[in-house]
Design a protein around this ligand. Structure first.
Ligand SMILES: Nc1nc2c(ncn2[C@@H]2O[C@H](COP(=O)(O)OP(=O)(O)OP(=O)(O)O)[C@@H](O)[C@H]2O)c(=O)[nH]1
Ligand SMILES: [Mg+2]
Length: 280
């Protein structure tokens, strides 16, 4: 059927396919979260509620897209790795970036009140999204090492900075001046000698960020068919959820998404999970 005389404008929409057989890294970053965190009273330097909310939105995104094999988050950002063979939205770039950014943002807002029950949103938060293609495992390893190194540098600085301000009574200007030109070892020393803080003993979540991976569920931990509640007794929203409980009669999912706070720079993390960087 011929379109209307206006339909030719469609031809101006150019295809934007991504190179096949390459790793995609999709990174989101909170827009103006310096202001957003201030307006919503985030704890300094790290707000556990805000970090857990980010993790939850990232987990939601992984549940929606099985091509995401890894996610790493710190502060107001998350980096998702999609397998080389990912075929979502026919690898159309703007479709992927816009949909994933929107889904993550929507989850963040949807779950906000669970993490900040006493603090209603003052305005809608937003995130930017970008996608970078990498040809090999080497760049992916270096990419994630880059992000985790950044986590370390920022967290050590922020932890020392806020100790100087909150416990040391320095103004923010003074604290900046105190830290100017200091190397990592000196920040450790300031924390230890002035505030009795052993940086390496602080919560690994703050020092290492959050790493989300899929882990196999052992067959024993899955409910047997006899233990499952009758599907028809569940409300519609529950029957739609992709959890083992609702999978009656269908193939049970073999994996679950876990949140880790571990080193991802050294080989161990990758050696024990070869599927993340596989050529599939
Ligand atoms: N207090 C507090 N602030 C946080 C926390 N996580 C993120 N932030 C804030 O979010 C900012 C994130 O840094 P950026 O992404 O570089 O800055 P931004 O203001 O979001 O700016 P754009 O990303 O360029 O839009 C930090 O500088 C903090 O101000 C937190 O746990 N506690
Ligand atoms: Mg930001």
């Amino acid at each position: 059927m011929a379109g209307s005389k206006y339909a030719y404008v469609r031809n101006f929409e150019l295809p934007d396919p991504l190179l096949p057989g390459t790793f995609m890294v999709f990174r989101l970053d909170g827009h103006s979260f310096h202001r957003f965190s201030d307006e919503h009273g985030f704890t300094k330097p790290n707000d556990i509620r805000a970090l857990e909310l980010m993790d939850h939105a990232a987990k939601d995104l992984m549940e929606q897209h099985s091509d995401i094999v890894l996610a790493f988050g710190e502060s107001d950002e998350f980096s998702f790795l999609l397998r080389k063979s990912a075929a979502l939205y026919n690898r159309r770039q703007s479709k992927i970036i816009s949909t994933l950014t929107s889904q993550f943002t929507s989850s963040y807002v949807f779950r906000w009140s669970s993490y900040f029950p006493d603090c209603p949103l003052k305005y809608p938060p937003s995130f930017d999204g970008r996608l970078v293609l990498y040809p090999s495992a080497r760049e992916i390893r270096d990419y994630y090492s880059w992000r985790q190194t950044d986590t370390h540098i920022n967290n050590l600085y922020n932890t020392t900075f806020w100790a100087l301000v909150q416990q040391g009574g320095e103004s923010t200007t003074q604290a900046h001046a105190t830290l100017k030109g200091t190397v990592s070892k000196q920040k450790h020393e300031i924390l230890f000698s002035r505030f009795q803080v052993n940086y390496n003993a602080l919560d690994a979540r703050f020092r290492k960020g959050s790493t989300l991976v899929r882990e196999e569920i052992s067959e024993q931990s899955l409910p047997t068919t006899e233990e499952l509640p009758p599907t028809q007794d569940l409300p519609p929203s529950e029957t739609a959820a992709p959890s083992p409980i609702r999978m009656r009669g269908r193939k049970k999912p073999r994996t679950t998404i876990v949140v880790l706070h571990c080193d991802i720079i050294k080989d161990d993390f990758w050696d024990t999970r070869p599927e993340i960087l596989s050529d599939d």
